[in-house]
Design a protein around this ligand. Structure first.
Ligand code: GLN
Length: 468
């Protein structure tokens, strides 16, 4: 079911929001024991909201699953971490939740993720394993793995995720659904538990491009509670979706098709680009020369910001508090030792190191300069092309457990998604076929489309043409 077909069914009385919620809860009970996308859900509260749903609103009565790092009043918000899994309940609604409610939607269900959104597989969740519904021996991708898996499994109509370096687009690609990371500042981050504040954005994961456009429509816009949110008008994202690609110039960055890309992924992405050409798009080869620096740059800036953001988890203000500390310092140490998992600790150590006196200029300061070069690469490219097309990830979903001792391998697989966050531009992943990989068959491949800052409307239009 897409959002618009559901809306028709609600308006005609063919089904009701309450019936849909009961059906989803039944599907979760039947299937999610295997998939593990949901950490929790509260049917009673959702049913009470369904009673009052205003079906005339754009998302009236539609349940939306929420990544477990976005605050919903009265619900848990674990961030996939033991730090918050025992005694934290959200005291307020994130702005995106307030906006979804204003559009008539019902937040329903909390979705698993890598701890504090650090990872690309959801294996870093401290709470449970999430499997790819397409191939249950494989990762769903991450960090918004639960958000992608629930949509792919049919246990959610649509979900919200967050994307700091690919965490919406990559799991969407691995699970065969649509995932949109908006431009930095397009969607308020107020109420999203911060990972790397200069990179984080909230966005939708859906079964269709049109659904992604409808949800972006509801959540985009200025928010005085987030000083980085932009005070720019929100265009109509739905009306231009069918305008096609004839006359548009699409850039193919040569650095995104080099060494290390799986041949099956390359073939599917190239075929999708050929189909866009057949629909009248002009395909031009472009260069984003600083692509090779993206991983190093991101894995300095993101941990640096994370080490600062995560200092608030001290055992006093939020979440887990260690028992029997000898003094206040011991309380901090024990709470953080017990509350954070290994990947989060690794990031805090890396981030603290690159910010420390004597290393700041060599690492953090330098990374900021390279970030400016990466941004400039895109500004130069968008002087000549309307959008950029590429793979989302170098390979399809790998098997669970195969990167456990090799974080660097995992970091390198983010190569095609990180740059959009560093540059602040929007990106979308659209399914473009399936391929065989590492003993698995029919594994989804995503086409990534990148647009200029605030160019979501064009990006969605290209995505819609690719989807069609
Ligand atoms: N995989 C990247 C990381 O581990 C990106 C995660 C994200 O976008 N939240 O940091």
């Amino acid at each position: 079911m897409t959002l618009s077909s559901l809306r028709q069914q609600f308006l005609s009385g063919e089904t009701t929001p309450a019936a849909l919620l009961r059906q989803l809860a039944g599907d979760i009970a039947a299937r999610d024991g295997t998939t593990g996308a949901y950490l929790s859900h509260d049917l009673e509260t959702a049913l009470a909201e369904a009673e009052k749903a205003d079906l005339s609103l754009p998302l009236g009565g539609i349940p939306i699953g929420i990544k477990d790092n976005i605050n919903v009043l009265g619900q848990p918000c674990t961030c996939g971490s033991r730090f918050l899994s025992e005694n934290y309940t959200s005291p307020y609604d994130a702005t995106v939740i307030r906006k979804l409610r204003a559009a008539g939607a019902i937040p329903f269900g909390r979705l698993n993720q890598d701890e504090f959104a650090m990872g690309s597989s959801t294996e870093n969740s401290a709470l449970q394993t999430t499997r790819n519904p397409v191939a249950p021996d494989r990762i769903p991708g991450g960090s918004s793995g639960g958000s992608a898996a629930a949509v792919a499994d049919g246990t959610a109509i649509a979900t919200l995720g967050s994307d700091t370096g690919g965490s919406i687009r990559q799991p969407a690609s691995h699970c065969g659904v649509v995932g949109l990371k908006p431009s930095y500042g397009r969607v308020s981050r107020y109420g999203l538990v911060a990972f790397a504040s200069s990179l984080d954005q909230i966005g939708p994961l859906t079964r269709s491009v049109e659904d992604a456009a409808r949800i972006l429509q509801a959540i985009a816009g200025h928010d005085p509670l987030d000083t980085t949110s932009l005070d720019e008008p929100v265009p109509d994202y739905v009306s231009g979706l069918e305008e096609g690609v004839a006359g548009l110039k699409l850039g193919v960055p040569k650095e995104y098709f080099g060494e290390g890309i799986d041949p099956g992924v390359r073939a599917k992405v190239e075929a999708a680009i050929q189909k866009l050409a057949a629909k009248g798009a002009e395909i031009v080869e472009i260069s984003l020369p600083n692509t090779s620096h993206a991983v190093a740059t991101y894995y300095i800036i993101a941990p640096a910001e994370a080490s600062s953001n995560l200092s608030r988890f001290d055992g006093i203000r939020y979440g887990r508090r260690a028992a029997n500390p000898s003094d206040i310092l011991d309380l901090y140490k024990k709470s953080r030792e017990q509350g954070f998992g290994p990947e989060v600790k690794r990031r805090i150590i890396l981030g603290t190191y690159v910010l420390s006196s004597g290393y700041y200029d060599a690492y953090y300061g330098r990374a900021q300069k390279v970030r400016a070069l990466i941004r400039r690469d895109f500004e130069d490219a968008f002087r000549h092309v309307d959008a950029i097309v590429s793979p989302v990830a170098p390979a399809p979903a790998r098997r669970l457990g195969t990167c456990a001792d090799d974080p660097l391998q995992e970091y390198l697989s983010d190569i095609f998604t990180l740059s959009a966050n560093l540059a602040g531009i929007p990106g979308i992943s659209v399914p473009c076929g399936v391929t065989d990989f590492d003993g698995g068959t029919n594994l989804p491949v995503g086409l990534q489309i990148l647009g200029p800052h605030l160019g979501e409307a064009t990006l969605l239009r290209v995505a819609r043409a690719a989807e069609a």
